[in-house]
Design a protein. Structure first.
Length: 128
């Protein structure tokens, strides 16, 4: 029997997509990884208090080293994360989207997509 290649994935480690937001901002979407720890920390610090409270189900001022490690080392299968950065300022994160699958139900995942207060909701296509 001939070997079959595994299905190709659109969102593997090589994924890059440049998009134009409605306000004219050019944004690069790409997988989040270990080199993004400082960007993720900066993104976290620019989340509103309410966003942090809703995301972490309590008051959260800083990410611990272990949380930062977990969030920046997704495995690409059960935990996947994309980061959105400005193309003209790639060290300025605008948003992070991720999902983490339920280990007991692999067809179920928890999504999260906190958006920085630096990025107006209207630019993403929402209302202001």
């Amino acid at each position: 029997m001939a070997e079959v290649d595994p299905p190709s994935r659109r969102f593997d480690a090589r994924y890059r997509e440049e998009v134009l937001l409605s306000d004219g901002t050019r944004v690069l979407l790409r997988p989040l990884g270990p080199d993004d720890a400082s960007r993720l920390n900066a993104h976290f610090l620019h989340l509103s208090y309410d966003s942090r409270y809703r995301r972490f189900l309590g008051a959260k001022i800083v990410l611990s080293d272990s949380e930062l490690h977990f969030l920046t080392h997704p495995d690409g299968e059960t935990h996947y994360a994309l980061i959105a950065v400005r193309t003209d300022r790639p060290d300025e994160p605008l948003g992070v989207a991720r999902f983490i699958r339920d280990p007991h139900e692999p067809n179920v995942a928890e999504p999260a997509w906190p958006s920085s207060i630096r990025c107006r909701p209207k630019a993403w296509g929402g209302s202001s």
